[in-house]
Design a protein. Structure first.
Length: 227
């Protein structure tokens, strides 16, 4: 059976990564969480007290950063490693979420991450999610999706995720964070979040997780069969 690349873009907190993971597992594809890469860079600069208002300082810090994904047999999930350390839990914190869009807006950061992402997908059989996958990373992807959901629904989902990890955050604070991230991601000069012309929109506001996964799987299988 032919292999394709699946590019999933969309708003923060609409289930892109969870859906992409489930789809990749079912298809036997490689899952790449590009958001985790930008979160890892952000975690590093925060931990090292790098001045986020200084683009030069952030770019210089890139030379000290190595990011890779390792499959955890026990959890059956890919986990993010920063300079050899497992940071999968740390990068999902509100502390990182509050600064990741600012870091990801820097051209040199995006250029460095995109080069790694394109290398990961050169042999196809990849499900990749982020903000600029269909527009910049994989413009030739056989299937492009744009996932969205209402701000309130996204905030409630994010709040539940954080609560499971013992982090209690007010819904209003999460909604403000999501709205600000949407604004920065959609208006930045470098690789802004856009819905490309040939992307299929998937609104997950009223879908159960299993339903959104099945919807994407159905679309993927149609494209695979067409190859």
């Amino acid at each position: 059976m032919a292999k394709i690349n699946i590019a999933i873009d969309g708003l923060s907190g609409c289930g892109k990564s969870s859906t992409a993971k489930a789809v990749a597992k079912t298809l036997g594809y490689k899952f790449i969480d590009t958001g985790a890469m930008y979160r890892a860079v952000t975690l590093y600069v925060l931990n090292e007290a790098v001045d986020l208002t200084s683009k030069e300082s952030v770019v210089q810090a890139l030379e000290q950063i190595t990011i890779d994904f390792r499959y955890n047999q026990e959890s059956q999930k890919n986990e993010t490693f920063l300079n050899g350390q497992n940071v999968e839990e740390e990068i999902r914190s509100m502390r990182v979420a509050g600064s990741v869009s600012q870091v990801a807006a820097i051209k040199e950061v995006r250029v460095a991450m995109v080069a790694q992402q394109q290398q990961m997908g050169k042999d196809k059989g990849v499900v990749m999610d982020g903000r600029d996958i269909g527009s910049v990373v994989f413009p030739e992807a056989e299937l492009k999706l744009f996932m969205t959901a209402s701000t309130e629904v996204r905030a409630k989902r994010r709040q539940a995720e954080l609560r499971e990890k013992g982090e209690e955050v007010a819904l209003d604070e999460i909604m403000k964070n999501l709205e600000e991230r949407d604004r920065i991601d959609s208006t930045r000069d470098e690789s802004p979040l856009i819905k490309v012309e040939d992307a299929i929109e998937v609104d997950t506001s009223n879908l159960l997780f299993e339903e959104q996964v099945q919807k994407v799987l159905d679309l993927a299988l149609q494209r695979i069969e067409a190859e």
